[in-house]
Design a binder for this molecule. Structure first.
Ligand SMILES: Cc1cc2nc3c(=O)[nH]c(=O)nc-3n(C[C@H](O)[C@H](O)[C@H](O)COP(=O)(O)O)c2cc1C
Length: 438
């Protein structure tokens, strides 16, 4: 039987750390291409295009967490996914020096009107000639609302109801210019055909919008759509709209359940389940020999400060972990998120852990499994996970940058190509075509 091919996205953030809090001070992280210069991201885009990856994908957060000890100090000292510059302007920089690689960014809908979102994304889709992808998030942290002058986040399910209408308005706006609306007929003096540009006059529960969009129909009719959210409402939203999903499941069995659930939901929505690629996060650590790779992993993990781990885990749990006992072996705890996190890391470590140890592991990879070894061994681990799940691919997160991305592209990609598990050429030019390529 023909083996299914993998899809790959490269995870990045416009900041000094991603899922690894060691990244900014890792000895291999180059100083001549710092995280706050656009040249770094142009370089990453070119490397990923050389590797024929589906996309470079930016996560994004608009707050610095004070969840641990009710202080910003730990997050600032340890750069726990902060600072975080806006990724959107970088997509144009990266698009300017590449031809084919998809360019994705997270853009929260919680603090904007759909008209602005539709306009900026259609513009980026034009600028990149159909390579834009939007990771739609509803925001998860009250600090973010406070930064936008709101006291609290909308209640969870209401956020997704609002998101549903948000997407309805965006999709109508992207379609408000017909394909042949622009005539640019110099002789006749007609730029656009007024019959082919439509108002919306949308009056909904959350939004009003007259339309049409001020941006002409973009190459992909708006960007490709990505989603990341795990609740039943989040999954339902993804099943209706997403063409790719970023998911985290430390173990392949859990990933298989999630995968089957989303594909089922898509079928129930009348969608082809192949039309949304679920990409599971992994953190590869590659070297010439297994021993070298293990040493590299140890060096990386030792660089993660305990304080950073506690700060990022507190932020993700939205709970101040300094209120709990840090150094005794953890006992069952009535915080469900933390309990499952502790069980997951204990299983990986092969022993019971203290809360400080759990937090430290969280600072190493934020729940992404570390795939460690030679290029063949990492390819084996990817294949084993992929075949247990049934598809579709991975979101790669780096331990150092630049550097780790090059290692993956130059060492693991050729190995997977040799095994017939990854494309050797792009079949199309747009983000959507990459995601649909077999
Ligand atoms: C793997 C993953 C990645 C996420 N990345 C981001 C992000 O970059 N920015 C953000 O604001 N929210 C991010 N989120 C939060 C989600 O968009 C969503 O708001 C949150 O998970 C709550 O929805 P849920 O209850 O459906 O999971 C992420 C969530 C997951 C599961």
């Amino acid at each position: 039987m023909k083996k299914k091919k993998m899809h790959f996205a490269q995870f990045v953030m416009h900041g000094p750390t991603y899922h690894s809090l060691a990244m900014w001070r890792h000895p291999e992280t180059r100083r001549d291409l710092p995280w706050d210069r656009p040249e770094l991201y142009q370089h990453i885009a070119k490397v990923c295009e050389r590797g024929k990856l589906d996309m470079v994908f930016f996560a994004d957060l608009s707050f610095i967490s004070d969840a641990f000890q009710k202080s910003l100090a730990p997050a600032l000292r340890c750069a726990t996914q902060a600072p975080m510059h806006d990724p959107m302007p970088l997509l144009s920089w990266m698009g300017a020096v590449t031809d084919t690689i998809g360019l994705a960014a997270t853009f929260s809908i919680s603090h904007h009107h759909p008209f602005y979102a539709a306009r900026v994304w259609a513009s980026i889709d034009h600028l990149t000639r159909g390579r834009a992808a939007w990771n739609i998030v509803t925001s998860v942290n009250h600090n973010e609302s406070n930064n936008y002058g709101e006291d609290a986040l909308l209640e969870h399910d209401l956020r997704y109801d609002r998101a549903e209408e948000f997407m309805e308005v965006c999709k109508k706006l992207w379609n408000s210019w017909d394909e042949d609306a622009v005539r640019a007929d110099r002789e006749a003096g007609i730029f656009a055909d007024p019959e082919k540009v439509h108002r919306l006059d949308h009056e909904g529960r959350f939004f009003r919008c007259r339309g049409p969009l001020t941006v002409t129909r973009s190459p992909q009719v708006g960007p490709a759509l990505i989603q990341a959210g795990a609740s039943p409402k989040g999954r339902a939203f993804a099943a209706r709209h997403a063409e790719a999903i970023f998911a985290i499941n430390h173990f392949a069995e859990g990933a298989a359940d999630y995968y089957a659930d989303i594909k089922n939901r898509m079928e129930n929505e009348g969608r082809n389940p192949d039309h949304c690629k679920i990409l599971f996060g992994v953190q590869p650590i590659i070297a010439k020999t297994e021993t070298e790779a293990r040493d590299k992993q140890a060096l990386h993990n030792e660089l993660v400060p305990d304080e950073g781990g506690l700060a990022i885990l507190s932020s993700h749990m939205d709970y101040d972990l300094s209120k709990l006992e840090l150094d005794d072996v953890m006992q069952p705890i009535a915080l469900p998120g933390l309990q499952s996190m502790a069980e997951m890391y204990s299983r990986t470590a092969g022993k019971k852990l203290t809360l400080r140890e759990v937090a430290k592991m969280h600072g190493e990879s934020v729940s992404l499994p570390q795939f460690v070894g030679t290029s063949e061994q990492v390819a084996d681990q990817l294949e084993a996970y992929f075949d247990t799940v049934g598809g579709d691919g991975f979101m790669l997160s780096a331990t150092h940058s630049p550097g780790a991305i090059e290692e993956f592209v130059d060492l693991v990609i050729p190995e997977l190509q040799k095994r017939g598990r990854f494309r050797t050429e792009y079949a199309g030019k747009t983000q959507r075509e990459h995601l649909l390529q077999e």
